[in-house]
Write a protein that binds this ligand. Structure first.
Ligand code: ASP
Length: 579
């Protein structure tokens, strides 16, 4: 017996008169006292079954017992629906199956929620993910993801990139997160680390003469989960030998465009825009600015040096942005709250009314000159100020900018892809009181900045770049260091001694000493990319079995405690307070 002749969603007018079998889930049953209608759903869509007790008394009997999400099989004749019964919003809406035989293949216990129910708690959705995944939008997201991955693979293949599998049980690969560790039964007390990325291996592959490598690589990072972050995620990971930055960018732009095309969409224009990190920070206060709206930042530091308003005069950086409307007191108060959440002390403002009059508690402290300097071109506007350390001002004003972009509906419906380039090589780690990498420790130094590594690390720029789509960081990459001596200097600047460098990265340093070609690459977060393509705000919507914000997987119940004997075999003892 064949389970089905067609997928439910494929039923069309051309099938009228044919005898066919369909199989799937009962999405909905309507009992019209006599006639029973069942919406049958499978991976192809929905079709309507009609069970008429006069035509098929036995099937009608079975139909009364069918409940939502039972798996059923129906055989019958395809019929055109009466004109008034046609459902134009359904591809199968012109026809129905007049059922002769109906079988309940598999039953379902009472459902924790209906598959078509809106606003189900996410924890419930994840607990019963197999039901949640039956929803049309989740089916669409997983299929979209598969289409994108296939398109990317095809593109990489066509462009001479070799798919090489790299180990998941390995040594720490620093990308700024904590490692997930795996104990080793054969060597108690020793641990593998799951890779935060295949970074070191892909560099080694370049030294090994592979030329062009790529992988859809799973990466593991133990860090707080957020809307755009999971413990494990996939990257389109790639590396090229003898590349210019443009070669890397062109590759990525091609892969992005191939993904758009595979989904039948118009790809973004190439080449993508570029901004240096300094420009991005100065104009948007962010290294991943959303360019779909303006609200740019302006610098006022010089102009406020001898202001009577000490908050401005004494701040290392003063910047402002102009909102094209008068904000109310309540709106200003909520923006101030937002500023505080982002580490700001407050949010000074000037409101200019229709007549150009200024309303603000700080106006009396500001010189007429200063007020003129920030006076907006149009009346009825609000100027918002940040005054603090430069990075703190940027953090607060960019959060305010993003918030206002959304709240005031300033975001235009277009796609903005952007390369942010020339990142600083190091950033200051306040806790450790030392310089640390801003990307990863293998990032190339901008040619000409080598001496700054020792003399003024904070000023040294790198050859790192990020790809940003509508304000989301899609990924990062760089031209790498291929000179072992330079690599040592970078380690040293971060306070990593020769011995420590040897112990942690000795295998890479050795490789770099054995004829390392110049190389560089990139990694793009696939779930972020797919989420944006699917129009989702949260990557959990495109991941089949994601972790919750607290780091558990509700369906399987992982993580779980492990039995004493197994731990003992691994040489592990769990401290009581951590169990
Ligand atoms: N390994 C880096 C990352 O995972 C990407 C790269 O530099 O190629 O972010």
């Amino acid at each position: 017996m064949r389970w089905r002749d067609l997928k439910a969603g494929e039923l069309r007018k051309e099938h009228v008169g044919q005898r066919l079998a369909l199989a799937g889930w009962a999405a909905r049953r309507r009992d019209h006292g006599g006639l029973v209608f069942i919406d049958l759903r499978d991976e192809g869509g929905l079709a309507q079954l009609v069970i008429n007790p006069e035509r098929a008394p036995q099937a009608a009997e079975v139909a009364h017992g069918v409940r939502n999400e039972f798996v059923i099989r129906a055989e019958g004749e395809v019929a055109a629906r009466a004109p008034e019964a046609v459902n134009p919003s359904l591809p199968t809406g012109e026809v129905e199956l007049q059922v002769d035989e109906l079988e309940i293949v598999s039953r379902s216990e009472p459902l924790p929620f209906q598959v078509d129910e809106e606003n189900v708690e996410e924890s419930t959705r994840l607990r019963y993910r197999y039901l949640d995944l039956r929803r049309e939008h989740m089916q669409r997201n997983l299929r979209l993801s598969a289409t994108v991955v296939a398109a990317i693979r095809h593109y990489m293949d066509e462009h001479g990139f070799v798919d090489v599998w790299t180990p998941n049980l390995t040594k720490a690969t620093p990308e700024g997160a904590r490692d997930f560790l795996v104990p080793v039964r054969l060597q108690p007390g020793r641990f593998f680390a799951l890779p935060q990325s295949p970074q070191i291996f892909k560099q080694i592959l370049m030294v090994a003469g592979m030329g062009r490598y790529y992988q859809i690589a799973t990466c593991f990072r133990d860090e707080d989960l957020r809307a755009d972050r999971q413990f494990e995620f996939r990257q389109l990971d790639l590396e090229l030998s003898f590349p210019t930055r443009e070669d890397v960018w062109e590759t990525l732009e091609g892969a992005v465009c191939a993904s758009f095309e595979a989904l039948g969409r118009t790809p973004p224009e190439r080449p993508f825009q570029r901004l240096t990190w300094h420009e991005a920070m100065a104009r948007y206060g962010s290294d991943k600015p959303d360019l779909r709206f303006g609200l740019e930042l302006h610098d006022l530091t010089e102009a406020t040096r001898d202001s009577e308003f000490k908050v401005f005069a004494q701040a290392p950086s003063v910047q402002y942005l102009t909102v094209p409307q008068q904000l109310s007191r309540a709106e200003l108060a909520s923006l101030e709250e937002l500023a505080k959440e982002w580490g700001g002390k407050g949010l000074a403002y000037l409101v200019f009314d229709e007549e150009g009059e200024v309303r603000s508690p700080i106006a009396k402290f500001l010189s007429a000159e200063l007020i003129e300097a920030v006076r907006p071109e149009q009346p009825a506007a609000t100027v918002l100020f940040g005054a603090d350390e430069p990075l703190a001002v940027a953090r607060v004003l960019s959060a305010v900018r993003n918030h206002l972009g959304r709240e005031l509906g300033l975001i235009e419906s277009r796609d903005e892809f952007l390369w942010v380039t020339d990142f600083p090589l190091f950033e200051w780690d306040e806790d450790g009181k030392r310089w640390t990498f801003s990307h990863h420790p293998f990032t190339g130094v901008r040619p000409g900045d080598e001496d700054l590594i020792e003399s003024d690390p904070g000023l040294a720029l790198s050859q790192a770049y990020d790809l940003v789509w509508n304000g989301w960081e899609l990924g990062s990459g760089s031209i790498r260091i291929h000179d072992p001596a330079l690599q040592q200097r970078v380690f040293a600047a971060m306070g990593i001694s020769k011995d420590e460098a040897e112990e942690r990265f000795g295998f890479l340093l050795e490789v770099l000493r054995m004829g390392a070609p110049p190389h560089g690459g990139f990694a793009m977060g696939l779930e972020r990319f797919v989420a944006l393509l699917a129009g989702e705000q949260n990557i959990r919507e495109v991941v089949a079995f994601p972790k919750t914000a607290s780091g558990s997987e509700p369906l399987s119940g992982a993580p779980t405690p492990i039995a004493q004997e197994i731990l003992a075999e691994l040489g592990i003892q769990v401290l009581p307070e951590t169990t």
